[in-house]
Design a protein around this ligand. Structure first.
Ligand SMILES: NC(=O)c1ccc[n+]([C@@H]2O[C@H](COP(=O)([O-])OP(=O)(O)OC[C@H]3O[C@@H](n4cnc5c(N)ncnc54)[C@H](O)[C@@H]3O)[C@@H](O)[C@H]2O)c1
Length: 395
């Protein structure tokens, strides 16, 4: 059975390789020619992917990357795993998804199953994707199958992977649900069927909105604790001894990555469209966006102004121990610091190069260091007596 996976990024590549390892013949379709060439020589920059697995799957003929959509004609199952970001107005940008569905539709065969994995607002699969597939293929929706199954990948997690993370699935009808469940069950331990596609779409948005709201709340509380002169981390540790009804979240300069700052706005946008606004999400988004400015202010206070001061920002990826800088709040922190007159350099040996700049060494040549993203490898003793502003809960 041939499986096509459109989009060979953080979501599509691990799923494609898991399916290939379980015996399916997988074609990884991506419109980035360099990425495709690299994958076919066994190379990817996605940290969680084992390069040996790519090479093994390629040499056994179980995996091949391509820019050519025509392989979809022979595919029993087509997965769509393309980005669903925000546009410049902070609104859902479905352009990648529409382009991928259009290309899939043009090559879709009767009886094939299309599964959308990208994060979307409820109603998108049924009202947008199915219509594009019908239009482009010339088939009726009853001639093919459609399901939705959100991805829950946790980059760099040692505990949770494709196999042991429960997977939500919902089909447009029972046949689509059954085929999608049969497919995922070959390489995922626990496949959970949702009552409808809209339930699965909304569940994904709930998961990520829950994180955005709680992280923003703890960040607001950390501002409160700092003003009070107590440690927010001690407060969280104390509260965490409650054996029920509490879940710890920890302070930072804000959420980042491709999901947490983005997905809740898909929910908020849909909510205002249907006249049921989600005010918590709007507020959490606002607090999240204010955190870098807050820390630039703290930096200013700590060394009595930033004009002409040499500031080193440590860790620029969106979370510790990954090289992913998508939606990193550190970008806004640097903009805020520069806006207040600081000369900013940054250190991050995982990211190495970013925005046309290179990571500098940790040294004692600075007026201030700001610990933005605390990677495990960092040795802060190299800073000597440079004052450090710790964004992870310092008073
Ligand atoms: N990264 C995560 O941790 C994560 C977790 C859960 C869900 N998601 C969701 O999964 C989806 C994909 O995210 P990602 O992180 O894998 O994105 P990504 O940017 O890592 O990968 C997407 C890939 O799709 C390719 N692409 C874009 N348009 C295409 C097209 N028309 N045809 C073929 N290829 C195309 C890009 O070149 C890229 O390689 C998004 O909806 C995201 O919200 C991401």
């Amino acid at each position: 059975m041939i499986i096509s996976v459109i989009g060979q990024g953080y979501v599509g590549l691990p799923i494609a390789l898991s399916a290939a390892t379980s015996g399916f013949e997988v074609k990884g379709i991506d419109n980035d020619q360099n990425k495709v060439a690299n994958l076919n020589s066994g190379v990817t920059s996605i940290e969680d992917v084992d390069l040996q697995v790519i090479s093994e799957m390629i040499s056994s003929g179980k995996y091949f990357a391509t820019t050519n959509y025509s392989i979809i004609e022979k595919s029993a199952i087509v997965l769509i795993c393309v980005p669903t970001p925000l546009d410049l107005d902070h609104k859902p940008d479905l352009s990648y998804l529409i382009a991928a569905a259009t290309s899939a539709g043009r090559h879709l065969s009767r009886g094939s199953l299309v599964i959308l994995e990208s994060t979307v607002a409820p109603g998108t699969t049924r009202n947008i994707i199915v219509k594009i597939l019908e239009q482009e293929s010339g088939l009726e929706s009853s001639d093919f199958l459609v399901a939705y199954s959100p991805e829950r990948i946790d980059p760099s997690s040692k505990k949770w992977n494709v196999k042991n993370t429960p997977k939500l699935v919902a089909g447009l009808d029972n046949k689509a649900t059954k085929q999608a469940v049969d497919f995922y069950s070959k390489f995922i331990d626990n496949v959970v069927v949702c009552e409808s596609i809209e339930v699965a779409e909304t569940a994904k948005l709930l998961e990520n909105s829950f994180r955005l709201i709680n992280i923003s709340f703890i960040n607001e509380l950390s501002i409160f604790c700092s003003k009070l002169g107590i440690s927010v981390n001690e407060v969280i540790n104390a509260a965490s001894t409650k054996p029920y009804g509490f879940m710890p979240f920890y302070p930072s300069i804000g959420v980042g990555g491709h999901c947490i700052p983005v997905d809740p706005l898909y929910l908020a946008n849909k909510a205002s469209e249907i006249g049921a606004p989600t005010r918590f999400i709007d507020l959490a988004d606002q607090i999240n966006q204010e955190m870098p400015g807050y820390f630039a202010g703290r930096a200013e206070e700590k060394i009595g102004g930033l004009k002409g001061k040499k500031v080193l920002v440590i860790g620029v990826s969106y979370k510790p121990n990954v090289a992913d800088v998508r939606e990193t709040p550190v970008k806004s922190l640097i903009v805020e610091l520069v806006g207040r007159g600081a000369q900013v350099s940054w250190h991050d040996d995982l990211v190495k190069e970013w925005n046309g700049e290179k990571s500098v060494a940790l040294s004692n040549e600075y007026d201030l260091a700001i610990l933005a993203t605390p990677h495990d490898y960092l040795d802060l003793t190299k800073l000597g007596d440079v004052p450090i502003l710790n964004t992870r809960g310092s008073i």
